[in-house]
Design a protein around this ligand. Structure first.
Ligand code: PLP
Length: 475
């Protein structure tokens, strides 16, 4: 059989795992077979029992799903988390890419570890975060929101917003875009390519490239360019070339990877969230972890302790991990990720990957995925365009399995209601993505003790979403 790793990273639709070599997936990337492999539904870690290797059409080998063993916090297995090998978080993550990309990813990993230790880079980054991005962002006490959620006895949690919407370009995306653009520059790569959904990562990347004199191509799905046209105009003003592909963020991500693979010698793929092959999730988390570090310091200043509950929306998971990571070992701090339930979890039109997905390989890493019986990627839906991704960061998959973080979901209409509520009560217009995190307060607050400190990630500003909210018909 003719084995090749061609296309293993690029194409997303119509993919099967060749049964002859399925069991080698983790052990030996070279043996992934023939043209159409990317999304591999992985149900257990045991070898698949493949039989027919001669037929030209790949067959799907069906086996019962074995539940993932729950890891207890701090127990063996957590070592993988504390001392990650090859970007693995337990079974998740990794580098499922063709051999041809390994050298580029390894080079990137070396450079990433170098800049972590380099005082000059760290100094430049700190200066940019302060003077260009506008950090630190406030930890804002939402007094009227707090009042709103008090019970009939006047008791309830205290709600704080981590104001990433006040950062340059209006979202947390800039924390990562500036850090990675600086790495691209150091590596001597002149051209940056990135995919964007809501446009916030596209705008942040275009701005960072303008500042650092790098050429920039932003890839966006045609559906998203229509919904987020103001951001498309901004990217162009910032000097980026905007390339449109049929579809939404899923298709844009695949196209950005293709664009990068075609120009490996000169291009840098600037990932916007904690997905993709190692070291992308680690890098994005590192640059976003400033959110949690600031929150710890600000909480100490404001109430002399830690937050009791952290809440963040989850698309790929970068604002959530940015907030959570600092507190992973503080077991008393609850972490709640909120996914997009779209029209409802049972509607088939949602982006709740952790709630309804199964484990597989997509865009170069193993994680939970929205996929059908045959391992085909399902199109996600959310009114928050930045949440419309069929996968999720591998680290969040690990935090789900271990029980260290909890995951809930909010529907489109709950998010719109939360958007409007924050406008009216606090005079703050949150991004529809962040509104999913705010929406969960409705169910969460009545369960919390009086005075519990809740920090919600207000991951971005919502001017871009005003037209969508006006046009939304509540059911
Ligand atoms: C404002 C905002 N919040 C959240 C997200 C979701 O991304 P992530 O889960 O990586 O934070 C996006 C994505 O575009 C966004 O624009």
């Amino acid at each position: 059989m003719n084995c090749t790793t061609r296309n293993t990273f690029l194409n997303v639709q119509s993919q099967y795992l060749c049964p002859a070599h399925a069991h080698d997936l983790t052990a030996n990337r070279e043996k992934i077979c023939n043209v159409r492999i990317v999304c591999a539904r992985v149900q257990t870690q045991e070898p698949m029992t493949a039989t027919d290797t001669s037929r030209s059409k790949p067959v799907l080998v069906k086996r019962p799903i074995v539940p993932v063993k729950k890891l207890e916090f701090g127990q063996p297995g957590w070592d993988d988390y504390v001392l990650p090998r090859q970007g693995k978080f337990g079974r998740y993550g990794g580098k499922y890419v063709p051999e041809t990309l390994i050298a580029s990813l390894n080079k990137l990993e070396v450079e990433f570890h170098r800049v972590l230790q380099d005082p000059q880079f760290q100094e430049e980054l700190a200066t940019s975060l302060r003077d260009y991005v506008g950090r630190e962002t406030p930890l804002y006490f939402a007094e009227r929101l707090t009042e709103h959620y008090k019970n009939e006895h006047g008791k309830g949690p205290h709600i704080y917003l981590k104001r990433e919407d006040l950062g340059h370009c209006g979202a947390h995306k800039m924390n990562n875009a500036i850090g990675q653009a600086m790495i691209a520059k150091r590596m001597g790569l002149k051209h940056v390519v990135a995919a964007t959904g809501a446009g916030q990562h596209g705008v942040a990347t275009a701005a960072a490239c303008a500042k650092l004199s790098l050429e920039c191509t932003i890839v966006m799905g045609s559906i998203d360019t229509r919904k987020q046209s103001s951001n498309v105009r901004l990217m162009k003003l910032l000097g980026a070339q905007v390339k449109t592909v049929e579809g939404n963020f899923k298709e844009a991500s695949s196209e950005a990877i293709r664009e990068w693979v075609g120009k490996l010698e000169t291009s840098y793929l600037l990932s916007g969230t904690v997905v993709g092959p190692h070291p992308c999730p680690r890098m994005v988390r590192e640059f976003q972890s400033v959110i949690g570090k600031e929150t710890r310091r600000q909480a100490m200043e404001k109430w002399g302790g830690k937050p009791d509950v952290l809440v963040a929306c989850v698309g790929g998971g970068s604002n959530a991990l940015g907030l959570f990571h600092e507190f992973i070992e503080d077991q008393e701090v609850r972490m709640i990720g909120v996914e997009a339930a779209g029209f409802g979890l049972d509607s088939g039109k949602h982006a709740a990957t952790l709630a309804r997905g199964e484990v597989g390989v997509y865009h170069g890493a193993m994680s939970y995925l929205l996929q059908d019986e045959e391992g085909q990627i399902l199109g996600p839906h959310s009114i928050g365009v930045g949440l419309e991704y069929p996968g999720v960061g591998p680290e969040l998959s690990f935090l789900k399995d271990t029980g260290r973080a909890e995951f809930h979901s909010a529907t489109d209409s709950e998010a719109v209601a939360a958007y409007k509520q924050l406008c009216r009560l606090e005079g703050i217009v949150p991004a529809l993505e962040a509104s999913h995190a705010l929406a969960i307060l409705e169910k969460l607050c009545p369960t919390l003790t009086d005075g519990a400190k809740v920090v919600v990630s207000c991951s971005g500003r919502g001017d871009k979403d005003a037209a969508t909210v006006f046009g939304f018909k509540q059911d």
